[in-house]
Design a binder for this molecule. Structure first.
Ligand code: CO
Length: 466
């Protein structure tokens, strides 16, 4: 047993609620326990990411940067962490380095200390600039391995990728196992080897979907992992993570436990009390899902596809769809399935099944994936598929504007709609660049959710009600 215990990152405010209630938790339901969370002694709190940013603007009528301001004010002791999709930032398409730099500068300024940076294809070129910009801000750049299983994804592949991530300047490494595929003994061996080959700290992030997470986290501790991600008990398990209190109980004897279990119980009770408000967003899975081990399909992806089939009145085709996903994945060189590759492969699988013919219709995004526009494909692309793809499909990438062009465009939008000119503030401008349509609706809305009264922030905060 290693003498050193791993640090713990609490993920309830981002991934816990993302995995269990589709990221719908409002800031007001987090506020009552923020000070308590700050007192637990977590190494960090994961609080922000693509889905939280998107959902704030799209569904909750909240400015994601306002939420971050609340966190910065309330969390005085604990580091704040976010998940960043490399060049896609918190969105779904690639942004220019000038936008990436502006985003990271502002996120660091507003309180993010640890940036967990991933690329769906594990193409190091797609995370390089983000790591550099985070290092320039003197914050923790955490390079990420998106874990998957396939004939090309072996231990040698992961060690080389991890070394490359260290070599480009990442300050820590995360193993991100979004579908819960990492088996306990495989994880143990992998972490042992990574600890031997790397100098930077290793974080493990796995999901409970397949029922392996508790054992995998425990074995990772035995292998000497530096940090484990957990979610408070009332937002744990199913599609989410090992429960914080359970993991602490696994690694500490009662008389040496540095964590205040009563405080954790208080926090768990709060989240238990808010969870029923969001019952409509809970997934349908009960227990664990073994399909995931067989098909490498992340839980979130499967539930979205299931809903799409129900909407089309084609729910009887679900099994065909589940069978089609690993076939497509093999055709495109075994890409890991995580945003955006999970959406792209899922949409193509849906088309193949509904058309009754494979690749009769091909999505533009799928063509781009095959043509390497999203990054380097890990394995080989099926030659028959390559023939079907017209390599000369024109690239309609005309919307890439410079920062000042975006600012002018946003300013014109505000003027023409007779609202305050929000374009001057970088964080508002970033909303406009990253989620254009949602931001337009947000800034035009007169009943935005703000929290200035609750937390007593003044200048420059919560001023959108005009
Ligand atoms: Co996750």
């Amino acid at each position: 047993m290693p003498s050193k215990k791993p640090n713990i990152t609490e993920v309830v405010l981002r991934d816990g609620q993302q995995s269990l209630i589709a990221t719908r938790m409002k800031t007001e339901d987090m506020l009552p326990v923020l000070s308590k969370l700050d007192n637990v002694g977590y190494s960090s709190l994961e609080v922000w990411g693509g889905a939280t940013y998107d959902c704030c603007l799209r569904f909750l009528n909240e400015n994601p940067w306002d939420r971050l301001k609340v966190f910065k004010k309330k969390f005085k002791k604990t580091k704040l962490q976010m998940l960043l999709r490399g060049k896609n930032l918190v969105g779904y398409k690639e942004y220019d380095d000038s936008v990436i730099e502006l985003f990271i500068k502002n996120a660091a300024k507003e309180g993010i200390n640890i940036f967990r940076i991933f690329d769906a294809l594990n193409d190091i070129e797609n995370i390089k600039s983000s790591i550099e910009f985070v290092n320039n801000e003197k914050e923790n750049s955490q390079g990420t391995i998106c874990y998957t299983t396939s004939p090309v994804h072996n231990e040698k592949y992961w060690i080389k990728l991890a070394k490359d991530i260290e070599d480009i300047g990442a300050k820590s490494l995360a193993i991100k196992d979004m579908a819960g595929l990492l088996r306990p003994n495989v994880g143990y061996e992998l972490i042992k080897k990574l600890k031997k080959n790397l100098k930077i700290p290793i974080h493990l992030h796995t999901h409970s979907t397949t029922g392996l997470a508790d054992a995998t986290n425990l074995k990772a501790y035995e292998a000497g992992v530096d940090n484990i991600d957990t979610s408070i008990s009332s937002f744990s398990n199913l599609y989410a993570h090992t429960a914080t209190e359970s993991f602490i109980s696994m690694i500490y004897k009662d008389d040496e436990n540095p964590f205040d279990m009563n405080l954790l119980t208080n926090i768990a009770e709060h989240f238990q009390s808010v969870r029923p408000k969001y019952v409509q967003y809970e997934g349908s899975m009960r227990g664990v899902d073994i399909n995931m081990l067989l098909y490498q399909v992340p839980g979130g992806m499967l539930s979205i596809l299931e809903k799409q089939l129900v909407d089309l009145n084609k729910q009887h085709r679900l099994k065909d769809l589940i069978d089609e996903i690993p076939r497509i994945r093999e055709d495109v060189g075994f890409v890991p399935l995580v945003t955006p590759s999970s959406q792209i492969v899922g949409a193509q699988a849906l088309m193949n099944v509904l058309d009754g013919e494979r690749y009769k219709t091909i999505n533009k995004e799928f063509v781009d994936l095959v043509n390497g526009k999203y990054g380097q494909i890990p394995g080989k692309i099926n030659s028959k598929l390559l023939k079907k793809i017209d390599k000369n499909i024109p690239d309609n990438e005309s919307e890439n504007m410079t920062i000042s062009e975006y600012r002018k465009d946003f300013s014109n939008f505000c003027k023409s709609n007779n609202i305050k000119d929000f374009s001057k503030k970088d964080t508002d401008l970033l909303n406009y660049i990253l989620f254009n349509k949602e931001s337009k609706d947000f800034y035009l809305s007169s009943n935005k959710n703000t929290y200035n009264d609750i937390v007593g922030l003044q200048e420059g905060f919560g001023l959108y009600i005009e």
